[in-house]
Write a protein that binds this ligand. Structure first.
Ligand SMILES: C[S@@+](CC[C@H](N)C(=O)[O-])C[C@H]1O[C@@H](n2cnc3c(N)ncnc32)[C@H](O)[C@@H]1O
Length: 211
């Protein structure tokens, strides 16, 4: 395995007022969207933003990341990318649904946050097969690769220091393989899990050995 689970304790504490205010607004907007928009089944489900906040805070406090470039894969409302920005990351998000990209930009703008959101797929060209192949896709629901989200950001997938993703349970391992395929050594993958937890993995070793 080239992705190593980091066994760290994620401590909780008091949430700063500014973050609390942001999360209040984010929750209101997210709920309103879920209640009033036509959400494609199996697409947007928000993670627990407070849990994500504490995980990002732990990454910073324990100095786990090689740098401060952050991307939220499948950013939805962009709340985790916006939290990352408030914690000092240079943050961006990639989201396939245009309405969600607009919603993420509106939320970040309303809080004067410098977060960039690109519309498209976080699966870079050629990576889908390399990260698992057809036999591993059974039961997966992830959207197809192929667009220029990384071009729009002008950042390659191998440049991010930290990636956050909330995959479906059946996509958890494939998401790891995808990250292993396209991230650089030392980068961290944070995945929100069904256990209401954030799993933190670091890419180590040479991906060429695996495929
Ligand atoms: C489970 S939701 C999580 C949203 C957000 N990250 C959060 O934590 O609240 C997954 C999101 O990924 C988006 N998505 C799915 N496949 C994608 C892809 N290949 N590229 C970009 N976005 C994708 C969906 O539209 C959805 O908004």
């Amino acid at each position: 395995m080239a992705l190593i689970d980091l066994d760290i304790t994620i401590e909780r504490g008091r949430i700063p007022d500014s973050i609390d205010k942001f999360l209040h607004e984010a929750n209101l907007r997210t709920e309103d969207y879920l209640n009033h928009s036509r959400v494609r089944p199996g697409s947007f489900v928000p993670s627990d933003f407070v849990v994500a906040y504490y995980a990002l805070k732990a990454v910073i406090e324990k100095n786990l990341a090689p740098g401060r470039l952050f991307c939220e894969w499948g950013s939805g409302f962009g709340v985790v990318a916006s939290l990352a920005s408030q914690l000092g990351f240079d943050a961006c998000g990639i989201e396939i649904e245009e309405t969600l990209v607009d919603a993420a930009r509106d939320l970040a703008d309303a809080h004067y946050l410098d977060v960039e959101f690109a519309q498209g797929s976080y699966i870079p060209e050629g990576a889908d097969e390399a990260s698992g192949g057809d036999h591993d896709r059974e039961g997966f629901v992830w959207d197809v690769e192929g667009n220029d989200a990384y071009d729009e950001l002008q950042i390659g997938p191998d440049e991010f220091d930290v990636v956050f993703c909330y995959p479906w349970p059946s996509e958890e391992e494939a998401t790891g393989r995808l990250f292993d395929y396209c991230a650089s050594e030392g980068a961290l993958l944070l995945t929100y899990t069904q256990l209401d937890d954030v799993r933190i993995r670091r890419k180590e070793g040479d991906p060429e050995d695996l495929y």
